[in-house]
Design a protein around this ligand. Sequence first.
Ligand code: FAD
Length: 366
Amino acid sequence: MKKKYDYLIVGAGLYGCVFAHEMKKQGKTSLVIDKREHLGGNVYTEKMEGINVHMYGPHIFHTNDKSIWDYVNSIVPFNRFTNSPLAFYQGKMFNLPFNMNTYTQLWGILTPEEAKVKIATQIVPNANPKNLEEYALSAVGRDIYEVLIKGYTEKQWGRKCKDLPVSIIKRLPVRFTYDNNYYNDAYQGVPIGGYTLLIERLLDGIEVKLNTDFFADKEQLQNLANHTIYTGKIDQFYDYKFGKLAYRSVTFEHLIVQKKSYQGNALVNYTDINVPYTRIIEHKHFEFGNQPNTVISKEFPKESAATDEPHYPIGDAINKTRFAQYKKLTQEEKTISFGGRLAEYKYYDMHQVIASALSKCKIKEI
Ligand code: FAD
């Protein structure tokens, strides 16, 4: 029997919203629910002092895939914000990612040849690094590791670099040009008017219920639609029967500052272990704002407790095994599909989660 909606979509994050948008284009109806009081999941932006504040952390869209870039720009135009973060350590500022500016600031050297010689003297060779510290020392040497990597990474993960796997940092970029652009991708920027505008446009004409937890009324909600798209936590869906999947969390302290600019840059990392936050985000710079006041957010990493938002999956062996058990169960489901960062227990960048939702829309059986 045909039900009221074609799809019940659990989660108004990017995955759920792209899916609903595409299905509407195909003439299908959706009800999108979210347990939060706002749309957008982690990309949600809120206006404060006329500035679009990234409430769950800084979000810079970057991709090499022109079709994904064109897709998001067809919904809302993006600017060209280039991510050029800085690092503050014991009274000094350094450019990131590691490039000629960083080497000049660290060692006063000026040419790529000098930088290569200096780094070579710093490196601790290791063909088979067993932990993050050994890997970083073998890739970039002692000064960069001590000043720019160690404290930040240990705060971020709540563990010593000696106890962290190599896999949690991507290949460390070592550039020999004066180039502060963090990403190598061809396209990057943020939506002009904020991510919430992007989400609102994706959901234009689609029914949404906020403050609605799927688990508070699971059967009744599922009965409203022929098929459910679930983007919440996979372990919760199966009542944690194989155990909880672990996450690392971050919390934010948002502050209005009565001055035009606080730090002159969108992102400043605090790499000293003795500073409790990992970075300060100054939101107006994402859209080149000229407002009289500014809004900053301090980012504090922490272990994920039951009441925290889960952010970064801990991809160690035990959690990988647990996830594989849950994934097996999902393959037996007929009227429910799973997608997005929480259901797939995966760190997804925005362009990747959009690509994943778009490819799900092409599957004929759902
Ligand atoms: P979510 O946005 O988490 O959406 C899932 C939604 O489901 C949530 O709104 C949640 O409330 C809802 N939900 C869960 N359970 C239930 C339930 N039981 N009932 C109802 N609703 C439920 N990506 C980039 O490309 N660039 C960046 O610079 C970048 N920065 C980031 C910074 C931080 C700090 C973090 C954590 C992530 C960052 N990302 C970035 C990644 C980006 O946030 C994700 O790619 C994207 O948000 C994933 O979308 P999603 O729909 O899968 O998940």
